[in-house]
Design a protein around this ligand. Structure first.
Ligand SMILES: Cc1cc2nc3c(=O)[nH]c(=O)nc-3n(C[C@H](O)[C@H](O)[C@H](O)COP(=O)(O)OP(=O)(O)OC[C@H]3O[C@@H](n4cnc5c(N)ncnc54)[C@H](O)[C@@H]3O)c2cc1C
Length: 417
């Protein structure tokens, strides 16, 4: 572990940016430099292209990059989830094959976990993988696949042993999205966008070499992905919402990187609840003569308090002292509570203007965006109710909720579809 402080890290990044950044580079050239420096994902171990930093130092890197108004690392789930999962469970060849191409934005990834009858009950998934020589044949349906329409690869969970109990017969694959038998259909959200998709898989193929973490060990590997997801989402990091897209489908790698700066800045202020959001709300309250309104004042104080609590929760997890092991779950829950509270206070301040959304909308539509997006984080990465179940069982030691027979073969369990 490094002895550097956040202040020292920020200084190092500032010096590096001064040398490396030019708005006239292409996106692909800039990301290659970022990847080579270790700053694309500084939490990864050094032998996987990172710097082995803890989360607070990685956030210091991101803050310094943002302060220089340069484009950040590739957006999406490859950097946030696939790279750390492969770094932990992949063999040497898989690490060398997949991680560098994620860090420099060559490949975009999606997460092929949820299915129509397997969301909270993820281990009930029915997509199957059957061995055929040195390949697996995959068939099934995934849903809510964020970024599936621009993904080159998917983190795929599939059932490799229906005779085993449900958590024990699942495997985790690196799945090539560009092949016959894969159909991606967009689903439109109330934000107006179609960020997520249904993915239909009909006899697609995966080489045995792309099995991550060993046969029938997919539940353990998936839990790494989910833990990283919870910790990243709860601490407001992860980049899944960034705007500059990696991969071969989005076709942004060859464009001039300087042309993306204003978009990154706008998203930074719209998607994160932190000091910037609080300053924006305080300014709006003052402009509307609401700075003495007790409801607004209490709301802003509450948002500030929740944000600080979450920061300390993350620091406590890092220190590892008196750790309950459920800090990532608490971080995600607290992050969601803060987001909803921010939405409510913001709409109290702007009143009916909250219903107007378009190019001329107040603050670029940041509050309207926050409002329609706010239910999402309480569902993805495991719903709030599931986080509470985990906290009560693993953190507080309460009895497990009744569930399926843990020893019964998956094929014999009752199913909805
Ligand atoms: C914006 C967004 C993006 C997403 N992106 C992805 C993605 O990229 N890849 C992917 O694989 N999935 C993705 N998901 C899917 C997400 O992980 C699931 O929606 C989530 O796990 C819930 O599953 P479900 O929708 O099937 O709801 P269900 O599991 O059917 O749950 C319905 C309701 O019942 C509650 N519930 C269920 N079981 C319990 C229980 N045991 N105790 C208490 N309450 C319970 C839930 O909390 C929820 O309120 C995304 C979802 C959203 C909203």
């Amino acid at each position: 572990m490094t002895d550097l402080t956040a202040e020292q890290v920020r200084k190092e990044v500032a010096v590096w940016v001064e040398e490396a950044w030019s708005p006239d580079l292409t996106v692909g050239e800039w990301w290659k430099r970022l990847a080579a420096s270790g700053y694309a994902h500084p939490m990864l171990p050094e032998d996987c292209g990172g710097k082995g930093y803890p989360r607070d130092l990685a956030q210091a890197v991101n803050r310094e990059l943002a302060a220089h108004h340069v484009v950040g690392p590739p957006a999406g789930l490859g950097l946030m989830l696939a790279a750390p999962t492969i770094a932990m469970h992949g063999d040497e060849e898989q690490k060398a094959t997949f991680i560098p191409r994620i860090l420099d934005g060559t490949d975009a990834w999606c997460q092929l976990f949820s299915e129509p009858a397997a969301g909270s009950d993820l281990a009930g998934l029915q997509t199957k993988a059957e061995l055929d020589g040195d390949e697996y044949i995959i068939s099934g349906q995934k849903v809510w696949t964020s970024g599936g329409q621009v993904a080159d690869w998917g983190m795929l969970l599939a059932r490799t042993d229906p005779d085993a109990p449900k958590h024990k017969g699942i495997s985790y694959f690196a799945f090539n999205m560009h092949q016959p038998g894969v159909e991606v259909r967009p689903l439109r959200e109330m934000t107006g966008r179609a960020m997520f998709n249904e993915v239909f898989i009909d006899e697609a193929r995966v080489p045995v070499a792309n099995l991550i973490g060993g046969l029938n060990n997919g539940w353990a590997v998936a839990n790494t992905t989910l833990a990283v997801e919870r910790a990243s989402l709860g601490s407001g990091g992860g980049g899944a919402l960034g705007t500059v897209l990696p991969g071969s489908v989005a076709k942004q790698l060859g464009k001039r990187v300087g042309d993306f700066i204003h978009i990154e800045d706008a998203v930074e202020s719209a998607a994160s609840v932190g000091s910037d959001t609080l300053s924006m709300l305080s300014r709006l309250a003052a402009e509307r003569g609401l700075q003495d309104d007790p409801i607004v004042r209490q709301g802003l104080a509450e948002i500030y308090t929740l944000t600080q609590l979450n920061r300390w929760n993350v620091s406590r997890a890092r220190a590892g002292q008196r750790s309950s092991g459920v800090e990532p779950n608490l971080a995600k829950l607290l992050g969601n509570i803060t987001l909803r509270r921010t939405r409510d206070v913001a709409n109290h301040i702007i009143g009916p203007e909250g219903t107007l959304w378009g190019p001329d909308a107040l603050s670029g539509g940041a509050i309207q965006e926050l409002t329609v997006f706010s239910p999402g984080p309480s569902i993805y990465g495991g719903s709030d109710q599931i986080q509470l179940n985990i906290v009560s069982e693993r953190g507080l030691g309460l009895p497990k909720e009744p569930g399926d027979n843990k020893n019964m073969p998956f094929k014999d369990l009752p199913k909805n579809v």
